[in-house]
Write a protein that binds this ligand. Structure first.
Ligand code: 13P
Length: 255
C-alpha cells in the first residue's frame, strides 16, 4: 500500500500578529507533537514569517506563506517573490485559495504562473481548488474542480507535480461550520487523483500526491474525514487559531 505522509496545515489567514503567534506557539511547543509521520505547517501573514521561523527554530514544523508573486524579482511594488519567501524561512506556500480567487481576482492562469514561480524557487505549492455552493447545487462540482485542477497545474512536469500538494476546499464549507461529509470529500479527492492519473503517464504521480481537505475541519470531524482513503491531511482555518483544537486535529491525523 502506498504510504503518503500526512500534512496538517494551519492557515492563519489575516489574523495573527507576532504576540498572538508567540502565545500560540508557546502553548503548542508544550504539547510536543513531533510525530515523524505527520508534517505540521504554519501559515502566517508575510510580516510574521520571520518571527514564526525564529519561534519554530527547534521544531520540525514547517512554515508556509499564503500567497506569492508570479514575478521573480524587480520593479513590482508591493509584491513578494518566491525567493523572498524562502529567505523568510518558508518551505511551502498556499496558492489560489478561494478567498484569493473570490476577492483578489486570482484565476487558474495566475495560479499556474505562481505555482511555477514557487517551484522554481524550491517552494512546495499547496494548490487550492474547489466549487462554490451554486456550482454544487447545479451539479457542476466535478466540472469546476476539474477545470481548476487541470488549468492550475497546466504544463507542470512530472517532477514538478510530485513536488506539489493539492488542497480541495469546497467554498461553501469554508468558515461556515458546514463541513463536507467524509463521502463528499472522498468523492472529489478520488476525482482529483483520477484527473492526475489521466494527465501523467506515470502511475507514480496519482499515487504519491498529497491531497488535503479544507473547510470547517474541527477535532470533531477530523477523524472521519482523514480516514477516507484519498484524504491525506487537513487545511485548517478557524480551528487553527487556538493550539488545543489544532493539536487535536493533528492527533486525529496520526495513522
Ligand atoms: P475554515 O477551517 O475556517 O473553514 O477555513 C478553511 C480554509 O479556508 C483553510 O484554508
Amino acid at each position: 500500500i502506498m504510504h503518503r505522509k500526512r500534512y496538517c496545515v494551519a492557515n492563519w489567514k489575516m489574523n495573527f500578529n507576532g504576540s498572538d503567534i508567540q502565545m500560540f506557539l508557546s502553548e503548542w511547543n508544550n504539547k510536543s507533537l513531533n510525530n515523524p509521520n505527520i508534517k505540521t505547517i504554519f501559515c502566517p501573514s508575510f510580516t510574521e514569517l520571520n518571527i514564526t521561523a525564529k519561534l519554530l527554530n527547534q521544531s520540525n514544523s514547517k512554515i508556509g506563506a499564503q500567497n506569492v508573486s508570479n514575478f521573480s524579482k524587480g520593479a513590482f511594488t508591493g509584491e513578494v517573490s518566491a525567493s523572498l519567501i524562502v529567505d523568510s524561512g518558508c518551505s511551502h506556500v498556499i496558492i489560489g485559495h478561494s478567498e484569493r480567487r473570490q476577492y483578489f481576482g486570482e484565476t487558474n492562469q495566475s495560479v499556474n504562473r505562481k505555482t511555477k514561480s514557487a517551484l522554481n524557487a524550491g517552494l512546495i505549492p499547496i494548490i487550492c481548488v474547489g466549487e462554490m455552493l451554486e456550482d454544487r447545487e447545479a451539479g457542476k462540482t466535478e466540472q469546476v474542480v476539474k477545470d481548476h485542477l487541470v488549468n492550475s497545474i497546466a504544463k507542470l512536469t512530472e517532477e514538478q507535480i510530485l513536488n506539489s500538494v493539492i488542497a480541495y476546499e469546497p467554498v461553501w464549507a469554508i468558515g461556515t461550520g458546514k463541513t463536507a461529509t467524509p463521502d463528499q470529500a472522498q468523492e472529489v479527492h478520488a476525482l482529483i487523483r483520477s484527473v492526475l492519473s489521466d494527465t501523467y503517464s506515470s502511475a507514480n504521480v496519482a499515487d504519491r500526491i498529497r491531497i488535503q481537505y479544507g473547510g470547517s475541519v474541527t477535532p470533531a470531524n477530523a477523524v472521519a474525514l482523514l480516514s477516507q482513503p484519498d484524504v491525506d491531511g487537513a487545511l485548517v482555518g478557524g480551528a487553527s487559531l487556538e493550539a488545543e483544537p489544532f493539536a487535536d486535529i493533528v492527533k486525529a491525523a496520526q495513522p
